[in-house]
Write a protein that binds this ligand. Structure first.
Ligand SMILES: [Fe+2]
Length: 277
């Protein structure tokens, strides 16, 4: 369908252009019948437009300003913490929001240029760089989510790890990455049982998310030099979960079990970075 445009006018029957279809313009001296037809046409068109807006068809491809984008993130974080959204619902909404971001504006907002200029990427693992948004008009000082940039040299990794009581999302800012995710299916004393879910190349603007219930383990290896990821994380969103929201390091290169499952030994950060960093 060709995308239409709406030209507001001060009168009761605005001109609505929808693709190549034009509703009847009002006549100079319409009869009652002509006037009714015109009004009916406009109302039908308004109904159509309203329906399409509701379905987000017109909004598709329209990038909100970066401040409006952040406001959505703040609102959905509050909904997650207030239990108006489950973690899976939050995860889905976060992915939808990430898809809408104006990447160039996000890169500017997080001052990636400064990070690249002033911070040295580590020889092992990922550099972790804090972000100060400053005070953004219309947003609270405490956003209730954490944010950071990860950066890696080529062939270095954000090593494989899972989380507990945490929702988080990655969006690639620069460079190419090979990203893998796994569901954490079982937790045992010395190992996890995990199931591969995502295994693909990620380019700038591409994204992935995790929650306790979907794609909980992630591992991103830079396949181009100076690769950067923007990360938002909502820690301890469920007060009923007693697990600490720290990283759960593991080895996905473990024994293959039935149904594609893997027995992934628990690791220390040091051992995990030695093998995968
Ligand atoms: Fe993580």
């Amino acid at each position: 369908m060709t995308r239409g445009s709406i030209t507001p006018s001060p009168g009761p029957s605005p001109v609505i252009r929808w693709g190549n279809w034009f509703p009847p313009e009002p006549a100079m001296n319409p009869s009652r019948r002509e006037f009714s037809q015109t009004l009916f046409g406009s109302l039908v068109a308004f109904g159509l437009v309203e329906t399409l807006w509701r379905r987000d068809l017109l909004a598709d491809g329209v990038k909100p300003t970066i401040a409006a984008w952040l406001k959505d993130l703040v609102d959905m974080t509050a909904d997650l913490r207030g239990k108006k959204l489950t973690d899976l619902e939050f995860q889905k909404k976060m992915e939808e929001l990430y898809k809408k971001v104006d990447l160039a504006e996000l890169v500017k907002l997080v001052k990636l240029d400064d990070v690249e200029k002033n911070k040295k990427l580590p020889d092992n693992g990922a550099g972790n760089y804090g972000i100060d948004f400053g005070k953004i008009q219309g947003l609270p000082a405490d956003l209730k989510f954490g944010k950071q940039i990860f950066g890696c040299k080529k062939d270095r990794s954000i090593v494989p790890h899972g989380h507990a009581n945490m929702c988080t999302g990655f969006i690639i800012l620069k460079g190419e990455w090979h990203g893998k995710h796994y569901d954490r299916v079982e937790t045992h004393k010395d190992h996890y049982v995990i199931k591969p879910t995502i295994d693909q190349r990620f380019k700038p603007g591409e994204l992935s998310t995790i929650s306790d219930h979907k794609d909980n383990v992630h591992w991103f290896k830079a396949v181009s030099d100076a690769a950067y990821i923007f990360n938002v994380h909502v820690i301890a969103y469920d007060p009923d979960v007693k697990d600490v929201s720290s990283r759960l390091y593991l080895d996905p290169d473990g024994e293959k079990l039935e149904s594609g499952l893997i027995k992934a030994a628990k690791m220390s950060s040091e051992a995990c970075h030695k093998k995968y960093g």
